[in-house]
Ligand binder design. Structure first.
Ligand SMILES: [Zn+2]
Length: 152
């Protein structure tokens, strides 16, 4: 018999009407012991209109992994989407989108002020593809998102 697979939420969301930048709360998940985890879609680029180059999204991943944890409590993980139009982020607790958006805006301002020497984890020992980084592209897209929010 054929196995039926569960469809991820993101495959049922209309990507044509989706706007960017946008912080979208995907859902709140309940753990067996009463813990809650919120999942967010941090959309940087409107789907199917472009994509962040791999070097840029990789460097943003390294920077946001650090900065978002500074400005938001309980961040578990922040990972680039395969389509390169944004990130998924998981956070402990039931966290409102507005709080995430404020933390993202602060983090992206910090990206703009980051020097290459200060990008964390970019040696061959620390990263799985240390040659594929671009702080230039990371800043370009940080600027684009801040502009979209009217925060530049
Ligand atoms: Zn890396």
């Amino acid at each position: 018999m054929e196995q039926t697979h569960k469809k991820p939420e993101s495959f049922t969301v209309d990507h044509i009407s989706m706007q960017a930048p946008q912080v979208r709360k995907v859902g709140v998940y309940d753990g067996k012991h009463g813990d809650k985890i919120s999942k967010f879609d941090l959309r940087f680029v409107k789907p199917n209109t472009g994509a962040i180059p791999t070097g840029g999204i990789h460097t943003l991943e390294h920077l946001l992994a650090t900065y978002m944890k500074t400005y938001l409590d309980g961040v578990i993980d922040i990972s680039p989407m395969g389509c390169r139009t944004g990130f998924y982020m998981s956070v402990w607790g039931n966290v409102p989108s507005g709080e995430v958006q404020r933390a993202l805006i602060r983090s992206l301002h910090e990206v703009l002020n980051t020097a290459w020497e200060d990008v964390p984890g970019i040696s061959a020992r620390e990263c799985g593809n240390y040659r594929d980084h671009s702080l230039f592209a990371a800043k370009e897209y940080a600027r684009l998102v801040l502009e979209g929010y009217g925060e530049l």
